[in-house]
Design a protein around this ligand. Structure first.
Ligand SMILES: Cc1cc2nc3c(=O)[nH]c(=O)nc-3n(C[C@H](O)[C@H](O)[C@H](O)COP(=O)(O)OP(=O)(O)OC[C@H]3O[C@@H](n4cnc5c(N)ncnc54)[C@H](O)[C@@H]3O)c2cc1C
Length: 389
């Protein structure tokens, strides 16, 4: 297997470790790691890392755990390992900060607690610097995730990673959660904290050019665009932070905001406008990503004049917010128009016994500390529900 990465990428270490482990354990597997930022000739046409190649063919892109890699190779966790599990008091779906906090709270109440998650850490794994988790002046995503994992491990929590929930249903005996390997778990209560993911532009050309110039993670993929012209779409905090970050690496950054004003904090806007290689275009609605095999440009409509404009560039960083991970629920609990789970002040959903917390909910603000508070609130209210039913 061949892995192209860059050393500043937060998503890369998991993949390196997984492939190293696989090649150590299985002599039939070999693993070559290449720093794409240094060896550009080896990584020509690679616009997003980590990029994994199996026998010369593209195999995977983005963060992958060892379980992800194994399941892409066709291996699935044995349903028998799950079907025999005793029912839980609280089953938590998702592995981010909200889930970790909920699990620690319910385990401390002596409740039989389980976590079903693709991985522990959630979006935090993709975060470079965290400076607003009060009492911790500065940390980074991987450190934060590993501290979260350690803290969960202090308690009697059944952590099932590398697996996702695919359906949920309330029955006479409790709540059934179906997993993506077909196994079923039962629980008295469930806390859904499946978080959110990057929102796409949904314009022609984007889908075909993802990882071929269309990128979402500036910390990961920024170095691959050294000395190139790029755009950042989105003028909120993450868009402006991305533009500031990229301005130190690329030749020029054009930041496109569809509204008349940037939404980012004033201090970030001031920093942005002080940079010599950044242009900000407001009232610009992105309409198309251009390129055949690799991004060559972007079209946008000037909302003032109605005219269509074209920018020539090689990279587009999309920073237009998040989409809640609620598709798997198939509207079983009530969602708002943005497909976020609607909750009350107890973090209860529309179905009694099913709670929700964190970025997956209609809570307006999405932050680690807020998700953790919500996870704790959901946990305490799940406990209250259990003692009353
Ligand atoms: C680049 C970036 C930088 C950020 N920087 C900061 C910052 O500096 N400070 C701050 O406070 N916040 C920051 N945030 C926001 C913060 O990361 C989120 O608010 C927080 O992680 C939300 O936690 P959560 O537990 O609700 O969801 P998530 O972190 O999204 O975790 C949910 C997890 O559940 C998994 N999942 C989804 N569906 C299923 C399923 N069906 N079955 C099982 N598992 C599933 C997801 O894959 C994910 O791993 C940042 C976010 C990003 C993307």
């Amino acid at each position: 297997m061949k892995l192209i990465l860059v050393l500043t990428c937060q998503k890369c270490p998991d993949v390196v470790q997984a492939l190293n482990l696989m090649s150590l354990l299985n002599p039939n597997i070999s693993h070559t790691m290449i720093d794409g930022a240094i060896f550009r000739e080896e990584s020509e046409n690679i616009m997003a890392v980590p990029a994994i190649f199996l026998d010369g063919e593209e195999f995977g892109n983005g963060r992958m755990t060892i379980q992800d890699i194994l399941s892409s190779l066709g291996s699935k966790a044995d349903p028998a390992e799950f079907n025999d599990k005793d029912p839980y008091d609280v089953l938590i779906i998702g592995g981010g900060p909200a889930s970790g906090s909920a699990a620690i709270y319910t385990a401390r109440k002596g409740l039989r607690t389980g976590i079903v998650a693709d991985r522990i850490g959630g979006q935090v794994n993709d975060t470079a610097a965290i400076e607003n988790f009060i009492t911790v002046k500065e940390t980074d995503g991987p450190k934060f995730s590993s501290a979260l994992q350690d803290h969960i491990n202090q308690y009697n929590v059944d952590v099932m990673t590398g697996i996702r929930a695919s359906a949920i249903e309330k029955t006479d005996h409790g709540i059934d959660v179906t997993l993506d390997n077909g196994a079923q778990l039962q629980s008295k209560t469930v806390i859904i904290s499946t978080g959110a993911r990057w929102r796409k532009l949904e314009v022609p050309g984007e889908e075909a050019l993802i990882n071929k110039g269309v990128a979402f993670c500036p910390h990961c993929d920024g170095p691959l665009f050294e000395d190139k012209d790029v755009a950042v779409v989105g003028g909120g905090n993450s868009g402006v932070e991305a533009a500031i970050d990229l301005a130190g690496i690329v030749k020029h950054v054009t930041l496109l905001e569809r509204n008349a004003n940037l939404k980012a904090d004033k201090v970030l806007q001031e920093r942005l406008t002080s940079l010599p290689n950044v242009t900000v275009i407001k009232n610009a609605q992105t309409t198309e990503v251009l390129g055949d095999g690799a991004v060559t440009g972007l079209k946008y409509q000037d909302k003032n004049s109605g005219e269509e404009q074209t920018l020539e560039l090689e990279g587009i960083f999309v920073q237009i917010g998040l989409l809640p991970n609620t598709e798997w629920l198939d509207n079983y609990v009530e969602l708002n128009q943005a497909n976020e789970i609607m909750i009350d002040r107890k973090n209860a959903t529309s179905i009694p016994g099913i709670f929700a917390a964190g970025d997956v909910t209609d809570d307006r603000n999405k932050q680690i500390i807020i998700s953790m508070g919500a996870g704790a609130n959901a946990a305490l209210n799940a406990f209250d529900y259990i003692i009353r039913h």
